[in-house]
Design a binder for this molecule. Structure first.
Ligand SMILES: [Zn+2]
Ligand SMILES: [Zn+2]
Length: 364
């Protein structure tokens, strides 16, 4: 017999090998286990709560020739840093509409790799603004009387990072089932405890993380999804007629946000594969992100502001799909609705329920 001491998976007391039955027995709680179960349990416990992630961030600089073909503006009213091509004239800030926008020195920073061109025209964006107010009984009264006017309309590119990866998860759970049966004049309750193990891989494709703090995340997230397949290679000329906001959230922060969204989604998907237990709780999880690639991109957006009773309200329209969102309260639009713009396909590569670990019989 080896001198290695295995601990009882149930109570933690040392297990003693019973040569005659070829099992490991716990003299504390009375349970017996096969060698295979004990080995699997210790393997799982070694593996608990490991996390790793490897990302290749495409964080490149503008070339000297691109920088020379790019005009930079900064807004002294809201602090936005905006870029456009040589031919576009900026008269007011694409964010706040302020005329206090001045040409500025080009500053190095992340160069977008891809850009999704505008498909929705200015006229179409304006039309969907006016259509929004038709037949909306839920709107606050002030929007129902008189004509709603556009006070500003801005054609804007918003910076995002797109994260694609494989997330390998190996999770363990404690589960229980309760059986009740009559035994003579007693009711017998048996609680069975399970150690459940699930392993699987999730493919994340183009998970968008907003690299812009100037526009409310509730707006940008509600505008998703964008069809990345129709994006084109970025060059300063692709900005013609519009302004792009320079990313003001660092790639490092975006990576952390992506990691946490990927882990939460993976955990939820894996957890949802388990059913048929009275209780389930997470015991350990190891999630590793592999083959991670992240690309900086620009997404098109029309931003419309309207002023009512001295207050400004924002409309944002996805410049590719025409999807509209607004921060007007009480509307039926899902402004604060969390829409998970993730194209995640899920494959369980291995699905293992380790074993019924122990049965505890309780009388009465
Ligand atoms: Zn025990
Ligand atoms: Zn501004």
């Amino acid at each position: 017999m080896s001198t290695l001491t295995y601990k009882c998976p149930s109570c933690g007391a040392p297990l003693i090998y019973q040569g005659d039955e070829q099992v490991l027995k716990c003299h504390n709680c009375g349970n017996t286990f096969t060698g295979e179960v004990v080995r699997k349990v210790s393997e799982i416990e070694e593996n608990e709560t490991k996390q790793s992630s490897h990302w290749e961030m495409h964080d490149r600089e503008f070339s000297a020739s691109e920088a020379a073909r790019t005009k930079t503006f900064s807004c002294s009213s809201c602090g936005a840093e905006l870029i456009t091509d040589e031919t576009t004239v900026a008269t007011n800030c694409a964010f706040c509409g302020s005329p206090s926008i001045i040409p500025a020195q080009f500053t190095p920073g992340t160069r977008p790799e891809k850009i999704i061109p505008f498909k929705v025209s200015k006229a179409e964006a304006e039309k969907s603004f006016y259509n929004y107010f038709r037949g909306k009984q839920m709107l606050p009264k002030m929007f129902l009387k008189g004509r709603n006017q556009i006070s500003e309309i801005q054609q804007l590119y918003v910076p995002f990072w797109l994260f694609s990866c494989k997330a390998d998860a190996d999770m363990t759970f404690n589960g229980s089932r309760v059986l009740t049966r009559r035994s003579g004049q007693y009711m017998e309750t048996i609680t069975q405890h399970y150690l459940i193990r699930r392993a699987g891989t999730l493919d994340f494709e183009n998970l968008p993380i907003d690299a812009n703090d100037k526009i409310d995340n509730d707006i940008t997230e509600t505008l998703e999804p964008y069809q990345v397949a129709s994006s084109i290679e970025f060059s300063p000329e692709t900005l013609s007629g519009a302004m792009a906001n320079r990313a003001d959230v660092s790639p490092e922060i975006c990576k952390q946000r992506a990691d946490s969204r990927i882990r939460n989604t993976t955990e939820t998907v894996i957890r949802n594969t388990i059913s048929g237990y009275a209780t389930v709780s997470v015991r350990g999880q190891s999630i590793s992100v592999d083959e991670g690639v992240s690309l900086p991109v620009l997404f098109p957006m029309w931003q419309i502001t309207t002023i009512r009773e001295g207050k400004s309200y924002t409309f944002a329209i996805n410049g590719q799909t025409g999807k509209l969102t607004t921060n007007i309260p009480y509307s039926k639009s899902k402004f604060f609705g969390w829409i998970f713009g993730i194209a995640a396909s899920f494959t369980i590569t291995a699905l293992i329920v380790v074993a019924v670990l122990l049965k505890m019989g309780l009388v009465k």
